[in-house]
Design a protein around this ligand. Structure first.
Ligand SMILES: Cc1ncc(C[n+]2csc(CCOP(=O)(O)OP(=O)(O)O)c2C)c(N)n1
Length: 575
C-alpha cells in the first residue's frame, strides 16, 4: 500500500522513511553536513508526524556506534547512525570493526561535503567543505561494510534506503554505508510517496541443506565424546533457546568460549564451561556453532587425531576472515534457530538413551568438580588485596537482580559469576576494538529500560570508551547504568601478550612492563561528581558487597548512574 506525506525537503522525507521502516533512534554526531537533517527533524517535530525517529546526540562516534550495537543486541532490529563526513566516519571505524565481525546490521551514514562551490541550496559555505572532501569517502569503510552507496537524488530515496536495509539484515548480517551530500538532502520536495510494506526479503535466514545436516548428524550420532563450542550462538533469543534444547536433548556438553552472549543459564546441566580446555583434546566430535575461533592452537593445542569437526553458522567458513584454517569436515549453513532443529530431527532415535544418560551423569560429575575448584579459588580470592577479579566477578553476579543485563568489556571472570537467565551476559566483540562496553551498555539500557544494566570494564576499556561522552549521554537520556571498573592501572592484556611471546625475556623480569603499565590508579569515582551520579572507590574485599548494594540502590531507586572504581590486581594472578 502506498502512503503519501507532505514534506519540504529530501532530508525530511528521508528521516520520515527511516521511522516508517522501524528505526527507533538515530545515534548521531553532527556537523555542518547536518543542516538539512536539523531542519528536517524540526519540521517533523513541528508537524507532530508519527512514527517519529528519535535522535540522540552522542559526544563520540565510537560511543554512538556501540549504542547502536547494544540496542541491536536487545532488539534484533537494524539500527542507524549518522556522523560528520569523512572525519566522523573515521572516528566510528573502530566500533565498525566490532559490528562488522559480530554481524550487526547498522545503517552507518555520514554527510558528504557539499558537492558544489556555489549556486545550489546547501552549496559550500565554509573552508572545511573543500578540505573534507575525499575522492572516495566510502573507501574508508568498504572493507568492513557489506554495501556502500551515495544518495544522488531524492527520486531514489525509497529504493536506496530499502536496498541498504535488505543488505544489512540478510544473513550474514552486517553494517552498510550510505553517504548523504548536503545539496541532495537540502533539495526541495513537496510530496513523498512510498510503500508502507516494502517488497523486500528482509532478513530471511538461510535453511540448512539436508545433505549437510545428514552428514553432521552421522558424525554426532557416532561420537562417544561429543562437544559443542559456541561463540555467537545467542545473537537472537530464538538461537539461544534452540541451543539449550538441542544440547539438553542429546546431552551434548557446551563450552561458551568468548561468548557474544550466553545461551545457557549458569545452572544448565549441559554448560561445561568457558574454555576449550581440557575437553578439546578428549572430544571425538566437535560441533562449532557460530564460532570464528573455536580454540587457539598456540594455547589450547588441537583436537585429538580422528576428531571430526562440524562448523555450523550463517557463514560457517567466515568468508571475510583472510586466513582461517580450522578443520571443517562438514559445513552446515544456517542460524542455530533454523539448523539445530533440523539436526535434532536427523539425530532423533539414533543415540541410545543409555548413552545419553551416561553422558548426562559424566557431565554432572564434571560440573561438580569444576564448582568445587571454583569455590576453593574463590575462598582464597575473597581476602586478596588488591581485590582479585574472581572475587569481584562473584560479588557483582551475586548482587545483581536475576534479570539484570551485564555488558562485559574484558575483566569479568565467567567461572565465578552466575547468570540465571539466557542472554543476560554480553561479551566483548570478537574483533576486540576497545571502547565498546560503555556505549553497548547504554544502548542496551535504552532498548530495555526496565532492566538493570551493569557494565564491567577494564580501566583501559573504560578510557577507550570515551567515558565523558558516555556519562553525558546517559544524563541527557536520564538513564541509569552501573559501571564497575576493574582498575589494575595497566593494560594487562598487552603485558600478557609480551610474556606469552617472550616468556623468559627482559619484560618478564622487569618490575614495570613497558607500554602495559599506566601509572597510578586513577580516581575514576570522581567522574560521577561531574555527571550527577553515585561514585565510590573500593579497595578492601570485605567492602565490596555493601558498595555494590549502594550503587545498585542509586541505579534502581535514585535512578542515577553509578560507578564503582575497584582497585584490583591482575586477572592472571593466582589468589
Ligand atoms: C582500539 C584498541 N586499541 C588497542 C587495543 C589493544 N588492547 C587489547 S587489550 C588492551 C588493554 C585493555 O586494558 P583493560 O581494559 O584495562 O584490561 P586489562 O587488559 O588490564 O585486563 C589493549 C590496549 C585494542 N584491542 N583496541
Amino acid at each position: 500500500m502506498k502512503k503519501t506525506i507532505e514534506v519540504e525537503t529530501v532530508a525530511e522525507a528521508y528521516l520520515s522513511l527511516l521511522a516508517e521502516r522501524g528505526i527507533d533512534w538515530l545515534f548521531a554526531n553532527g556537523g555542518t553536513d547536518f543542516a538539512p537533517m536539523v531542519e528536517g527533524l524540526a519540521a517533523i517535530e513541528a508537524k507532530s508526524r508519527t512514527p517519529r525517529l528519535k535522535v540522540v546526540s552522542v559526544g563520540h562516534e565510537n560511543v554512538a556506534m556501540a549504542m547502536a550495537h547494544g540496542y541491536y543486541l536487545m532488539t534484533g532490529r537494524p539500527q542507524a547512525v549518522m556522523f560528520h563526513v569523512n572525519v566522523g566516519t573515521a572516528n566510528g571505524i573502530n566500533a565498525l570493526a566490532d559490528a562488522a565481525r559480530d554481524q550487526v546490521p547498522i545503517l552507518f551514514t555520514a554527510g558528504r561535503s557539499p558537492l558544489t562551490e556555489r549556486g545550489q541550496r546547501g552549496a559550500r559555505d565554509t573552508g572545511i567543505h573543500w578540505a573534507q572532501e575525499m575522492f572516495d569517502q566510502a573507501g574508508m569503510v568498504r572493507e568492513l561494510c557489506k554495501w556502500d552507496y551515495e544518495l544522488r537524488s531524492g527520486d531514489q530515496l525509497e529504493d536506496v534506503v530499502d536496498r541498504a536495509l535488505e543488505i544489512a539484515t540478510s544473513e550474514p548480517c552486517g553494517p552498510v554505508y550510505l553517504s548523504l551530500p548536503r545539496e541532495v538532502l537540502s533539495a526541495p520536495m513537496t510530496r513523498f510517496s512510498f510503500e508502507t510494506a516494502p517488497r523486500r526479503g528482509l532478513g530471511t535466514a538461510p535453511g540448512a541443506a539436508p545433505e549437510a545436516v545428514a552428514r553432521a548428524a552421522a558424525i554426532l550420532a557416532a561420537a562417544e565424546r561429543p562437544l559443542i563450542i559456541a561463540r555467537a550462538h545467542a545473537r537472537l533469543a530464538a538461537d539461544a533457546a534452540a541451543l539449550a534444547e538441542f544440547a539438553e536433548r542429546f546431552a551434548f556438553p557446551v563450552i561458551e568460549f568468548r561468548a557474544l552472549a550466553n545461551a545457557l543459564p549458569s545452572d544448565h546441566p549441559m554448560l561445561l564451561g568457558f574454555d576449550p580446555l581440557p575437553a578439546l583434546g578428549e572430544a571425538d566430535a566437535i560441533l562449532c556453532i557460530e564460532t570464528d575461533v573455536p580454540w587457539i592452537p598456540v594455547h589450547h593445542g588441537e583436537p585429538a587425531p580422528g576428531c571430526r569437526v562440524i562448523q555450523l553458522g550463517v557463514d560457517p567458513l567466515f568468508r571475510r576472515l583472510p586466513i582461517r584454517s580450522f578443520p571443517c569436515d562438514v559445513a552446515v549453513t544456517g542460524t542455530p534457530a533454523v539448523a539445530l532443529p533440523a539436526l535434532a530431527q536427523a539425530l532423533a532415535g539414533r543415540i541410545p538413551p543409555a548413552t545419553i544418560a551416561a553422558r548426562r551423569q559424566r557431565l554432572a560429575q564434571g560440573r561438580e568438580r569444576a564448582a568445587a575448584e571454583t569455590a576453593s579459588t574463590l575462598a582464597r580470592a575473597a581476602s586478596a588485596r588488591p581485590l582479585h577479579p574472581a572475587w569481584a566477578s562473584h560479588c557483582i553476579a551475586r548482587a545483581k537482580p536475576a534479570d539484570a543485563l551485564l555488558v562485559n568489556e574484558y575483566p569479568l571472570l565467567l567461572s565465578y559469576a552466575a547468570f540465571p537467565q539466557p542472554r543476560s551476559y554480553f561479551g566483548t566483540p570478537t574483533a576486540g576494538g576497545l571502547g565498546w562496553g560503555i556505549g553497548a551498555a547504554i544502548g542496551a539500557k535504552l532498548a530495555a529500560p526496565d532492566r538493570v544494566v551493569i557494565a564491567t570494564l577494564g580501566d583501559g576499556a573504560y578510557m577507550f570508551g570515551n567515558p565523558t561522552a558516555g556519562h553525558q549521554v546517559l544524563r541527557a537520556l536520564d538513564l541509569p547504568v552501573l559501571f564497575v571498573i576493574f582498575n589494575n592501572a595497566m593494560w594487562e592484556e598487552v603485558g600478557r601478550a609480551a610474556l606469552s611471546v617472550f616468556p623468559d625475556g627482559h619484560a618478564a623480569r622487569a618490575n614495570r612492563i613497558p607500554v602495559a603499565d599506566l601509572g597510578p590508579a586513577a580516581a575514576y569515582e570522581h567522574m560521577m561528581a561531574v555527571y550527577g551520579g553515585h561514585g565510590e572507590r573500593v579497595e578492601a574485599p570485605a567492602d565490596l558487597p555493601a558498595a555494590l548494594d549502594r550503587a545498585l540502590h542509586a541505579v534502581t531507586v535514585e535512578k542515577r548512574q553509578a560507578l564503582l572504581n575497584l582497585i584490583v590486581g591482575r586477572r592472571g594472578a593466582r589468589p
